[in-house]
Design a protein around this ligand. Structure first.
Ligand SMILES: N[C@@H](CCC(=O)N[C@@H](CS)C(=O)NCC(=O)O)C(=O)O
Length: 211
């Protein structure tokens, strides 16, 4: 059975949401980041020898599916979609290329600045200045995505793993209201993604975990 290593309060949210969309039974080992206070109560952390045997880098998520051991959340999502996801995965070579494109776009152009926005303290002058810099770094990627999503519901012609991967990277910047207000097609698409029952179930499980 496919196994996901990683608690919901981590990038494991990505494959966990996707597995919910598919409805595939899986085994879950809620490995907790060793640096978090919640690690004190966790059976397995990112520094536990049994987890380091799966991912020597000591990061979540990781996945096993039969003999295949994978790390990197977006590679894990792509594998799950291709192997088990039906129409959530690519049906043609062109779709596979487009899904790769959006995964790489999300990981390289969006995730870093978006995470910096999430972790900056908007209440301090320094934090507010950093948010302004990161929002500026996101302006071209967001303009590109806004143009693509205008008049479309999803990144491809239906909801796919590309939406899961990109929406989870963009979520980090969602709290910065000016960015969302300036990009209504992105805001509407994120709302559509997050209204899906599988996202809602993932989010409820995440909130149920210790902070
Ligand atoms: N690029 C990796 C990043 C993985 C990552 O940074 N995971 C964090 C949790 S979201 C982690 O395990 N941190 C623990 C550590 O680095 O010690 C991915 O997308 O899977």
């Amino acid at each position: 059975m496919l196994t996901i290593y990683g608690c919901y309060r981590s990038r494991a949210s990505r494959p966990l949401w996707l597995l919910g969309e598919i409805g595939l039974p899986f085994h879950h080992v809620p490995v907790v980041q060793a640096y978090r206070p919640a690690a004190a109560e966790a059976a397995v952390t990112t520094r536990s020898p049994e987890f380091l045997a799966i991912n020597p880098l000591g990061q979540i998520p990781a996945m096993t599916d039969g003999d295949l051991v994978l790390t990197e959340s977006l590679a894990i999502c792509q594998h799950i979609a291709r192997a088990h996801g039906g129409a959530l995965g690519p049906q043609t070579l062109a779709e596979a290329a487009l899904i790769d494109q959006w995964a790489l776009f999300a990981a390289t152009a969006v995730e870093g600045p978006a995470l910096n926005i999430l972790f900056a303290d908007a209440a301090t002058a320094e934090g507010a200045a950093q948010i302004a810099v990161e929002a500026e770094r996101l302006s071209r990627p967001f303009a590109r995505l806004e143009g693509h999503l205008a008049g479309r519901d999803w990144l491809l012609d239906r909801f796919t793993v590309a939406d899961v991967m990109a929406a989870e990277c963009l979520r980090y910047a969602q709290g910065h209201a000016p960015l969302m207000q300036a990009h209504p097609a992105i805001a509407d698409w994120l709302a559509r993604c997050q209204a899906r029952p599988a996202f809602q179930a993932m989010w409820a499980a995440r909130l149920a975990e210790p902070a």
